[in-house]
Write a protein that binds this ligand. Structure first.
Ligand code: 6PG
Length: 227
């Protein structure tokens, strides 16, 4: 695994946008299509603006979220709303987006459809994970009662209930997120880099879910810049 430490968030967004678009372009050349999994939160907003303007065959790209808040897709906290507003614009407007809350507010019906779709999807081409200061990633929160399930289940997705963040969540599982040709962790701020370094020393993955995607458990690359 090679980490990428850039000098500023703007430099980080540019370099990561180039790396992601190269991965997607290679996937389309090799297999005729590509699947991109992105995270919500605030960190990726600059990256999404750059990616939306990349000259790719976006019609061959499927985009989905690593996790979603259990809210309507027009809610201010909806990751889907943020992705539609910031990524699926301009050249990227033609991408196919797969919602994690297709039958909101019917959670059981939504989860059934999402699990089926995720099961039928091939290996992802790119997964971009964010991370919170508590070392959660996607919605695999150390404070949630479902964290062990999220880290061990063979199911592709689950509902989690973080105690330190708003809303119930739909999260892809560790197993499904790891099924990717390329994975990266996108973080800004020295505090988050400290969390990454400490996470790899944690006694159990439940204490630091991000460690499930880092050596020796997995080989996601860390893309970092100071604030
Ligand atoms: C979410 C995200 C979550 C996010 C981290 C970091 O739904 O909130 O998917 O996992 O990546 O919480 O969020 P920031 O980028 O806002 O720090």
């Amino acid at each position: 695994m090679s980490d990428h430490h850039l000098e500023s968030p703007a430099d980080l967004d540019k370099a990561l946008a180039t790396a992601v678009s190269n991965q997607l372009s290679a996937a389309i050349d090799a297999r005729g299509s590509a699947t991109l999994v992105v995270s919500g939160g605030s960190t990726p907003k600059g990256l999404f603006a750059l990616l939306s303007d990349v000259p790719l065959n976006w019609e061959q790209v499927t985009v989905l979220l690593a996790d979603e808040r259990w809210v309507p897709t027009d809610h201010q906290d909806s990751n889907e709303r943020m992705v539609r507003e910031r990524l699926l614009q301009g050249r990227a407007q033609g991408a196919r987006f797969v919602s994690l809350v297709p039958h909101y507010p019917d959670q059981a019906a939504s989860l059934k459809v999402v699990k089926q779709q995720l099961t039928e999807m091939p290996t992802f081409d790119v997964v971009i994970l964010g991370m919170g200061g508590d070392s959660h990633t996607a919605s695999l929160f150390p404070c949630s009662t479902e964290v062990t399930e999220g880290l061990t289940t063979t199911e592709p997705a689950l509902v989690t209930h973080p105690k330190t963040a708003p809303h119930a969540r739909v999260s892809l599982s560790r197993r499904r997120l790891s099924d990717t040709r390329y994975g990266c962790v996108h973080i800004v701020g020295a505090d988050k880099l400290d969390v990454i370094n400490n996470a790899q020393q944690a006694d159990a993955l439940e204490q630091a879910p991000i460690a499930a995607f880092l050596p020796p458990n997995d080989a996601f690359e860390v893309w970092y810049a100071p604030k």
